[in-house]
Design a protein around this ligand. Structure first.
Ligand SMILES: *Cc1c(COP(=O)(O)O)cnc(C)c1O
Length: 429
């Protein structure tokens, strides 16, 4: 192969990679059906029959609960809203602490602040990027009330050990499964492993409906509190006879009938979409295994991964080339994904910087200019989560070039690019 594209040679790939086109005729017809019905949303924010939403919303919830084997499913307008609902439902009070992950989408760490609770970061597991049970236990205090675990990148959290810790200390587990639909842990679906599970239906997730989220739980009381928080509970509680008024105010997190109709069709496609990801990942891993400076992601024993993102570990000591330079060379060989051209080539340095590096935690400012609700001995300095810092700062390469609709020829271009850069490492040193 000729010179690296980074140094003026020809690219391995000159066409865009195929778009992730999961919206088809089925969704189109479902949306037209809703438009023709004239009911785009049927919710009423008071205690009446329509407090629980219209036919599409209620049907989606029934189907979602059955699909994942949960007693209740509650739809909302995003997974971020779902996180707010969950934190409210478990009865969090000002000054309470919730253990969160530093290696996730920002909302799963900031959700506690909505109810004036304090996020406390625990470190992640080096192999799996999920919360580390041992560090969770170290970070528990007498103010801790819950743990927000994340099935990050599509890998289930260590449910046996973390659930046992939660039981021992009497903590709720909120499972952010936005990235892991159909991932499983000992035969049970991710999202159903804690007290409340959360799914996302935003544009970048495995299945989507524009914007949307779904919560699942087996607990009748939590389910009803989630439904109240979703829909203006302050105006509902009196007539409904609700006596536990804690956190029952303020929100409209309702999904529309159009989104629910799309989500119902998307759910039917989920199994195929996850299977395709697993197949593509297996093909890539088989054909990259000769590159000994790369380590493929480990899957936890007894688990199935659903590959939201494919995360590789890169060993700079074996190549003599920085991870930054290697990724830059890979990006130069490849092309963006159609419909996401503005995001550049979807191979990057690690998924996230440690979230506690964000200004909100560094400056401890959430409400007004006071430190409230940040307090006392909870700190966000360097060394807070050393494994996360190391993984973020030096070791991971993540990419999305394994999504369904990538053909074998598309995957071969990705594989060829890795090998081409590997064969030209001296040009990068
Ligand atoms: C995408 C995502 C969310 C937020 O989902 P939205 O539906 O966009 O609000 C939360 N947590 C994780 C881990 C995510 O990946």
């Amino acid at each position: 192969m000729g010179k690296l594209a980074l140094n003026g040679g020809e690219k391995v790939r000159t066409e865009l990679f195929p778009a992730y086109r999961v919206i088809g005729k089925e969704e189109e017809e479902a949306v037209v059906g809703v438009l023709r019905s004239g009911i785009l949303s049927k919710y009423l924010g008071c205690w009446a029959d329509d407090f629980y939403g219209g036919p599409q919303v209620q049907q989606l919830e029934k189907e979602w609960a059955k699909y994942f084997g949960a007693k209740h499913a509650i739809s909302v307008n995003s997974a971020t809203s779902a996180l707010y609902c969950a934190v409210g439902a478990v009865g969090i009070e000002p000054g309470d602490q919730i253990i969160v992950s530093p290696y996730t989408m920002c909302a799963s760490a900031t959700a506690p602040l909505i109810y004036n609770a304090v996020p406390v970061f625990a470190d992640i597991e080096y192999d799996y990027y999920c919360l580390d049970p041992e560090d969770i236990e170290r970070k528990i205090s007498d103010k801790t009330k819950a743990i927000i675990v994340v099935d990050i990148l599509g890998q289930p959290y260590d449910a046996d050990r973390i659930n046992a810790i939660a039981k021992k200390y009497g903590l709720y587990i909120i499972e952010d499964n936005a990235q892991g639909p159909l991932a499983s842990y000992r035969g049970k679906y991710a999202g159903t492993l804690g007290d409340i599970g959360i799914f996302s239906l935003n544009y970048h997730k495995h299945i989507h409906c524009g914007e949307g989220g779904v919560l699942v739980t087996d607990d009748d009381v939590l389910a009803e509190r989630l439904r109240l928080i979703r829909n203006h509970a302050e105006a509902v509680v009196e007539k409904k006879g609700v006596t536990d008024l804690n956190n029952m105010f303020g929100f409209n997190f309702r999904m529309t009938e159009i989104e629910a109709a799309i989500a119902r069709e998307q759910l039917k496609k989920l199994e195929w979409l996850v299977k395709e990801r697993r197949k593509n990942v297996a093909y890539l891993e088989e054909n990259l295994k000769d590159l000994h400076f790369l380590t493929m992601p480990k899957v936890r024993e007894g688990c199935e991964h659903s590959y939201y993102i494919h995360a590789l570990k890169y060993d700079e000591t074996k190549t003599g080339v920085t991870r930054e330079k290697f990724v830059e060379a890979m990006q130069a060989e490849l092309m963006p994904i159609e419909l996401r051209e503005t995001e550049g080539v979807k191979i990057n340095l690690g998924y996230m910087q440690p979230l506690y590096h964000q200004p909100i935690f560094q400056n401890r400012i959430a409400y007004g200019n006071t430190e409230y609700p940040f307090s006392g001995n909870v700190t966000y300095g360097k060394g807070c989560c050393p494994v996360c810092e190391r993984v973020c700062a030096a070791e991971t390469i993540v990419h999305e070039l394994m999504r369904p609709f990538m053909t074998k020829a598309d995957l071969d271009d990705v594989i060829d690019a890795f090998h081409k850069v590997a064969d030209h490492l001296d040009e990068l040193r």
